[in-house]
Design a protein around this ligand. Structure first.
Ligand code: CU
Length: 165
């Protein structure tokens, strides 16, 4: 049995480690130091958890991004952020999984996860360098009761499309 939560955190760190090293300024650039710092700062966005759907952006520009997760629902929600393989759509994933396929067949790299109670915002944020022209999936697999359907089955899954630039 895999432990998605643990793997997810490691994946998030690995993703964050890519593309965040371009901050060192060159000699003679002192007057532009402030501008350089602003360029290097990640975009900040907030994904909203609802009963039972994701609110917030459906499309974002590529590049370093800091994602917060705010739960405006009345039950616990999680935000799993996972990169779909090149050319794979969320509909293909959902159809494949419904037909019994392993979700991992449609994704690559690690996943990041934040879990937060009703009415709260997660203390941590997901730091990710969003890849141009790619699609990420937002997923909540939590269940309100052990035999209740996962929130994905109730509509809590969404695509996050990243523009080419
Ligand atoms: Cu949920």
């Amino acid at each position: 049995m895999r432990t998605p939560g643990t793997l997810a955190v490691a994946g998030a760190i690995a993703i964050a480690g890519i593309g965040w090293t371009g901050c060192s300024s060159q000699a003679g650039e002192t007057p532009d130091a402030t501008a350089s710092a602003e360029r290097a700062a990640p975009s900040e966005v907030t994904v909203i958890g609802l009963d039972y759907a994701f609110g917030g952006p459906r499309a974002l520009p590529p590049g370093p991004t800091s994602i917060a997760f705010e739960n405006r629902g009345e039950v616990d929600h999680e935000m799993i952020l996972v990169l779909l393989k090149q050319g794979v759509t969320l509909d293909q994933v959902l159809e494949g999984v419904a037909a019994g396929a392993d979700p991992d067949e449609f994704t690559e790299g690690g996943a990041a996860i934040l879990i937060v109670g009703p009415g709260q915002t997660a203390d941590s944020r997901v730091q990710v360098d969003l890849l141009p022209g790619r699609t990420y999936a937002l997923v909540c697999n939590l269940q309100d009761e052990p035999d209740a359907p996962p929130h994905t089955a109730l509509g809590m899954v969404a695509a996050l499309e990243i523009s080419d630039q």
